[in-house]
Design a protein around this ligand. Sequence first.
Ligand SMILES: NC(=O)c1ccc[n+]([C@@H]2O[C@H](COP(=O)([O-])OP(=O)(O)OC[C@H]3O[C@@H](n4cnc5c(N)ncnc54)[C@H](OP(=O)(O)O)[C@@H]3O)[C@@H](O)[C@H]2O)c1
Length: 332
Amino acid sequence: MKALVLRSAGHVSLDDIEQEPIPPGYARVRLLAAALNHRDVWIIEGKYAKIRYPSILGSDGCGIVEEVNDSERGLIGQRVIINPNQHWGGDERVQSADYTILGMPSPGTFAEYITVPLDRLHPAPAHLSDEEAAALPLAGVTAYRAIAVQGNVRSSDTLLISGIGGGVALFALVFARALGARTIAVTSGAPWKLERAIALGADHGVLYTEPTWADALRRRVGGFDLIVDGSAGEPFNQLVALSNPAGRIVLYGATLGGVPMLDVHRIFWRQLRIIGTTMGSDRDFAAMLAAVEQHRIRPVVDSVFLLSEYAEAFERMRKGEQFGKIVLRISA
Ligand SMILES: NC(=O)c1ccc[n+]([C@@H]2O[C@H](COP(=O)([O-])OP(=O)(O)OC[C@H]3O[C@@H](n4cnc5c(N)ncnc54)[C@H](OP(=O)(O)O)[C@@H]3O)[C@@H](O)[C@H]2O)c1
């Protein structure tokens, strides 16, 4: 089969790979579509923990079950998505030490076929296209846990989501709109992304490229009860300053790196809670899928590339040009 293989830092190639026999309790899925996450870019650039070479990347996929080495033959022919969480463990609060994410170290979805444990498979929501379904798993569960579980969003909350063009951030917006938040503001680096976010249900948008972006938000909304951020870096102290007393900041990433001189005084004086979050448990994944079904949520697909056009797809993500998920079409 054809697979996108990371050979060494910065070196990815589309290669022919031998397929292994399917172990008991596993299924072989013919992938229809797969989606990019920023994780894939970090791994290619060598900026991720415990990178192994060679690796087939890709954490998100939608496909058709072709073979199972088990009694579950009824699954054959079903259109499925794959839960990228592996070995979360029994504690809903935090993943186990054995936790891994599909697509390094285990072979991922940027390939014609993938072999995965049967318990990772879920029916693809029927209202979604293959591309939309492929866009859902990793960013969907991360955003769902950030908003609904760690953030515990309430209908009285004023909510700020930073960097709305990102895959996780956009899911956070659609989940927050569905689950209830009084006012939702977003930031972005591009005016057209703010316009699109407002069309999707955001109430306010400001450009984080404007030096006075935080003042503009303060004027329009006041302060925020809940902030969901995946960037950290220098602007993080502005998020601390924008938090209402007893506010919660849910942090799922650090695209801009660490926070220089964290404003600890404001954090303790205002009784703020800074809550880390990563991906989500199997329970979160099931709850995320239920919310998608109940509210007929559709992932925002930015663009679709063929597997052979992977370099352009990665470049688009690297440059931050996307609004939503970048998807690879793998087979018809
Ligand atoms: N902990 C987890 O489980 C988990 C899961 C998924 C992702 N992540 C991490 O979360 C981050 C985002 O992931 P993703 O896949 O959603 O990435 P993505 O689709 O590539 O989005 C990244 C977004 O960062 C935003 N951004 C860039 N500079 C910013 C700034 N100065 N202020 C605010 N936002 C800024 C941009 O928003 P605009 O386009 O609007 O300018 C960009 O779209 C990455 O660091 C990723 O590794 C963590």
